[in-house]
Design a binder for this molecule. Structure first.
Ligand code: HEM
Length: 454
C-alpha cells in the first residue's frame, strides 16, 4: 500500500514501537486486518482459540494498531474499576469514535469526565426515569398494534427495533416528533454507527467514512438549533434538563457541549437497546416455553399497582433480559488505553498500550457459566454472580452505562406488551446467527413472525 495512504487507515500509521513493547505477550496474529476479520465474522471462535492456545492475554493487531486482547474477568475488573486512574476510555475509543462522537461522555477521562457525568446524572434520576417510562407506554402500545397487523418484522426485528428505539430516544431526549425529522435522524445515526467500522478513512475512497462525517454535520446542525429553541423555552425532554443543569459553582453546559453529549447519548441509547430487544425477541422465539412463563408472570400482575412497581415485579423477565445480555451483549468489546506502565493479572503493560476487553468472551466462559452457549435464564434466579465482572453488558466503574435503568425499563415494557398479545416464531428451520461488531446484530434478513393471541 502506498505510504501516503497509511495515515488515512483506521488508527493511522502502524505503531511499530508499540508492537515491540508488547513482545513479552504471546502473539495472536500480527497481519493487518486478520484479527478484525475474525472479530467481524467469528469472534467467539477466535477468542476461544486464543484463550486455549495462548492464554487470557495476547497481543494482536486490530483497527490497524497493536492491541492487547484481554479475555479474563479479572482483567475486566482491574481495567474498568481503574483504582489508580491509569486506564483511559478516551484513548481506547478515540480511533473508533473520536471523529464521529467527539467529547461524548465516554470520550472523556478523569476529573473532566466526572464533572460532565455529574451534570448529566440528574437527567437519569428516578423521577426523570419514571416520567420517561410513563411517556413510552402509549407509543409502545400503538406500535405493537401495528406490528401485529403486519404479522411479521423483517430482519428478525432489527430495523423495527431500531426505529422504535430511535423514535423513543428522539422523544425522551429531544421531544422530537415530526416523522420526517425522526426518519432523517435515524438514517444519520445509522450512517454514524456504520462509519465507526470503516477501515478506509479517506474522502471519496472511504465512502462509508465520508457518509458518516456528513451525517454528523447534519445532526450537529439539527441539534444546535433544537438546543437554542429549548434555551428559549424548555420542554419535557432530557435536552431541556441539560440546558438547565448547573454544577456546584453555578456553571452551565455550553451549546456545543450539549450537542456533543446529545449526539453520543442518542447513539448510546438507541442502537444498544435495539440490539438487546432484537436478541430478546429472537431468543424468545427460539424458546416458546419461556414465552409462556413470561405470559403467566404478566397475567399474575396486580393491575392496581403503579407502572414502575409492575415493571419491577417482572422477576422472570429480569432473568430473561440478563440471560439475553449475557449471550448477546450489544457492546461485545470494550476499549481502553494505558496512561502509564501498569500490571494486570501479573502481566506488565507499557504506557500507551491499547486494550481490547471482551465481555462477549467472559460472559460465555465455561469457568463462570455452565453450558455457556445455552439459553438458561434460571441461572440468574440466584442473585449472586459467579464473579462480579463475569457479567458486564453495561460496563463497570466510572463509565458504567448511564442509561442502564432506562434501557431495562424500556425492554420490560416492550416485551410485556408484545408477549401479552402475540406468540413469537421463527421461519421453519432458521437458526439465527449473530455478528458482534460494531453492535451485536443478526446476520439473517428473514422475518420474525408474530401470531396474535386469541
Ligand atoms: C441495552 C442497552 C444498553 C447497553 C447494553 C449499553 C451498554 C453500555 C456500555 C457497555 C457502556 C460502557 C462502555 C465502556 O465502558 O467502554 C455504556 C456507556 C454509556 N451508556 Fe449505555 N448501554 C445501553 C443503553 C443506554 C441508554 C438507553 C443510554 C442513554 C439514555 C446510554 C447511555 C450511555 C452513556 C452516556 C455511557 C457513557 C457513560 C460514561 O462514560 O460515563 N446507554 N453503555
Amino acid at each position: 500500500m502506498a505510504k501516503r495512504l497509511k495515515p488515512f487507515l483506521a488508527g493511522g500509521t502502524f505503531n511499530r514501537a508499540g508492537w515491540h513493547a508488547l513482545a513479552h505477550l504471546p502473539t495472536a496474529g500480527g497481519a493487518p486486518f486478520w484479527a478484525d476479520l475474525q472479530i467481524l465474522r467469528q469472534p467467539l471462535a477466535f477468542t476461544r482459540a486464543v484463550q486455549t492456545s495462548l492464554g487470557p492475554m495476547a497481543r494482536t493487531v486490530i483497527g490497524g494498531q497493536p492491541q492487547v486482547l484481554m479475555l479474563s474477568a479479572t482483567a475486566l475488573e482491574a481495567v474498568l474499576l481503574d483504582r489508580d486512574r491509569v486506564f483511559s476510555a478516551k484513548g481506547g475509543w478515540d480511533s473508533l469514535m473520536g471523529a464521529l462522537f467527539p467529547r461524548g461522555l465516554l470520550l472523556r477521562d478523569g476529573d473532566e469526565h466526572r464533572h460532565h457525568r455529574r451534570l448529566l446524572l440528574p437527567s437519569m434520576k428516578r423521577e426523570a426515569l419514571q416520567a420517561y417510562v410513563q411517556r413510552m407506554v402509549a407509543p409502545i402500545q400503538y406500535t405493537v398494534t401495528q406490528w401485529l397487523q403486519a404479522g411479521q418484522l423483517p430482519g428478525l426485528g432489527l430495523p423495527t427495533m431500531r426505529h422504535l428505539a430511535l423514535s423513543r430516544a428522539a422523544d425522551l431526549l429531544l421531544a422530537l416528533h415530526d416523522t420526517a425529522e425522526v426518519r432523517q435522524a435515524e438514517h444519520d445515526f445509522g450512517e454514524l454507527v456504520e462509519a465507526s467500522t470503516a477501515l478506509l478513512r479517506l474522502p471519496l475512497i472511504g465512502r462509508r467514512w465520508t457518509r458518516g462525517l456528513q451525517a454528523r454535520a447534519r445532526l450537529v446542525a439539527q441539534l444546535a438549533s433544537l438546543t437554542q429553541a429549548r434555551r428559549a423555552q424548555p420542554g419535557p425532554d432530557l435536552l431541556s434538563q441539560l440546558v438547565l443543569a448547573r454544577d456546584e459553582d453555578g456553571h452551565q453546559l455550553q451549546d456545543d457541549e450539549i450537542v456533543d453529549h446529545l449526539v453520543f447519548l442518542m447513539m448510546a441509547a438507541h442502537d444498544t437497546t435495539a440490539s438487546a430487544l432484537t436478541s430478546s425477541l429472537t431468543l424468545l422465539a427460539q424458546h416458546p416455553p419461556w414465552q409462556q412463563r413470561l405470559r403467566d408472570e404478566l397475567a399474575a400482575e396486580d393491575p392496581a399497582q403503579d407502572l414502575m412497581s409492575r415493571l419491577a415485579s417482572r422477576r422472570q423477565m429480569g432473568w430473561v433480559i440478563r440471560e439475553v445480555l449475557r449471550l448477546n451483549p450489544p457492546v461485545a468489546f470494550l476499549q481502553r488505553q494505558t496512561l502509564s506502565e501498569v500490571e494486570v493479572d501479573g502481566v506488565r503493560l507499557p504506557r500507551g498500550a491499547l486494550l481490547t476487553l471482551v465481555p462477549l468472551h467472559v460472559q460465555r466462559d465455561a469457568r463462570w457459566w455452565p453450558q455457556p452457549d445455552d439459553f438458561h435464564p434460571e441461572r440468574f434466579g440466584d442473585s449472586n454472580l459467579p464473579h462480579a465482572y463475569a457479567w458486564t453488558p453495561f460496563g463497570g466503574g466510572a463509565h458504567l452505562c448511564l442509561g442502564l435503568h432506562l434501557a431495562e425499563a424500556q425492554m420490560r415494557l416492550v416485551l410485556g406488551e408484545l408477549l401479552a398479545r402475540a406468540e413469537l416464531h421463527l421461519p421453519t428451520g432458521l437458526l439465527p446467527q449473530w455478528r458482534h461488531a460494531p453492535i451485536t446484530h443478526p446476520v439473517q434478513r428473514q422475518p420474525l413472525l408474530l401470531k396474535p393471541l386469541g
